[in-house]
Design a protein around this ligand. Sequence first.
Ligand SMILES: *Cc1c(COP(=O)(O)O)cnc(C)c1O
Length: 737
Amino acid sequence: MVNTFPSTPADHLRARLPRSLKRLADLAYNYWWCWAADQVSLFETINPDEWDRCGHNPVVLLESVSYERLTQLSIDPYYLKRINALVEEFDRYMAASDTWASRVAPQISKKHPVAYFCAEFGIHESLPVYSGGLGILAGDHLKSASDLGVPMVGVGLFYRQGYFHQRLNRAGWQEDYYIDNLFDRMPVELVRDAQGEPITIELQVRARMVKIQIWRVQVGRVALYLLDTDREDNDPIDRWLTGHLYGGNQETRIAQEVVLGIGGVRALQALGIEPGVYHLNEGHAAFCLLEVARLEVQKTGKSFYDIEASVRDRCVFTTHTPVPAGHDVFSADLMDSFFAHYWDQLGLSREQFLALGARRLGDPWEPFGMTVLALRLTRAANGVSELHGHVSRTMWTVLYPDRSEDKVPIGYITNGVHASTWTAALMSDLFTEYLGPDWQTRVLDPDVWSKVDQIPDEELWWRHGVLKERLIAHARYKIKHARQNRGEDWDFVKAADHILDPNVLTIGFARRFSPYKRGNLLLRDAERALKIFGNPERPVQIIFSGKAHPADEEGKRIIQRLMEWCKQPDLWNRVAFIEDYDMYTARKLVQGVDVWLNNPRRPLEASGTSGQKVCFNGGINCSVLDGWWCEGYKADASGKGINGWAIGENANTSDQNLQDKIDSDSLYQLLEEEIVPLYYNQDQNGVPHGWIRMMKESIKSNSPAFNTHRMIADYVTQVYAPGIQAKVALSLAKVPS
Ligand SMILES: *Cc1c(COP(=O)(O)O)cnc(C)c1O
């Protein structure tokens, strides 16, 4: 049958492309391209300026670039060769049936995939429905699941305006603004039925029925479904239910979590997908458990308590929050206004229903906790690092009064990062040469990584230097624009062209500016810091980036403090702040810095992943022993770091002020006595062999452990399909080439 009209957005785009470039439409509508080998040049080559202007969105690029330019490319044999090779690889990837998961865990079938629920997904900067670490982790989870062939679908929300954007005013104060996501121009597709009508589901939110439509994002072999209430047939207020990520008050929050959890289950049902496992990534999605239970009660006619075990059997939970106050809880009042119509359908009384989320039974003032609900109704729960697993068991003993703390059933699977997404193409290329062309599929194998020793120092140093230059160019560009937009003095705007120096030891610090992350710890003794950074012989420079949550006044004050520090005459070219942190700036940073600094208040960093991204690019971590770094850091017999540095060792006190002093003193001392001397001990060609030894140790020891292929293998063997021999699974961890 011949289609006489473009039926999907990809068809529509294809129709516009010259004959030899038609397959670009398929690449544009599958985010696989963003971790493919040719990611740098594939779309950017078409028109670099336009590429930046459209936020690295390939659909917008291909729709807006001139037909003249497209036909120019369409006769360029070099470009065509590259595209054809990439398309071939893509087709092979999409069609492969002999995958790691198909061999190791055939019981997870395409018919009954894992449904992975999360409030945010960080796939790429052109799909801004993420705020930070949780979302990036979720994106990397889907990418590795796709690579390893784990049948999986993602479920999230499609926020009309995503997370807020950050702009700093002249006083260094963060201002927030929002930009509309233009769904029609994004690499996503509205899911439609055979008649071409959008598939919708209905959901009662407070007193009204809300209609929800579903968008599909293709992430390699994995489909990510995003729920959207912005439809004309909804009440104007309900259209904004999926307006902002983490934007509103408790009332918006619970409404969004109802849409995600209950709506998510209904959406999968409407799509004909019957998950074998529901994986709730953080408590936001825990209402999903109620809907799974409701469907079961309806189907079987049994009571809630009779089907409870069968719900638990299909559901698993990952917790991410190491402090009690960080877990979502809702008052009984709020629960009444959202669920008064619902508990009947479960065959429960109000008291029985509210008890599902109560930490202590029988306490009428107990709020409804999402983590409590999740722990009660899932068969497996885990934290995201060894230390966080321990902290979580302590925190939740209250739910298991008949068990000792070490028997609390919360394990851990340490987070990782998706190697192909975060490794610079220039490094990836080097690894291909020295570790072998299959290093990405054998990323778990320490033997592969041991070959890093064979890379000549000069070669590694040269490539790292180029990536550092790239980072500095990005920083200058962003800072110049920010100053211009702020209406700063023209001399000050122009000075941005000269800040930072590729020959200077460069530290990166980028993450959310939550007070516990102590973004200004380095300034605790401003004079000592000035001596380190302003040293004329052996200077140090630092690049900051990150947002404070709009309601976090203290976080905003920390940013303001940094902006004041930037303005000191001695430091004008040594300290930089890049506004509006996103995945693009993150890539430039983790690929270009010498040292990645992380100094949270222990043990509040559940895992952290940005430091892991740095390892794949030859950066070295200098971090408090918290989260993943407790497992990554290696020291020699004398206590000196081999693959990075540990701030403050394990010293712990509950006096925050004292802890800040201990940790900042330790950080200054590390910089003065170890980091700066090691970096500047260079041979006559400017190559620091001692430093490079540590770079190689960092790459070798961390890369095989802290990647999402290892993490997915752990989830498959320990959580999704427990009982598989983990060792067997790991040795088989290869993706089809
Ligand atoms: C990796 C990443 C994070 C997480 O950083 P942490 O240091 O682990 O908190 C946050 N935001 C972006 C954009 C990232 O790429």
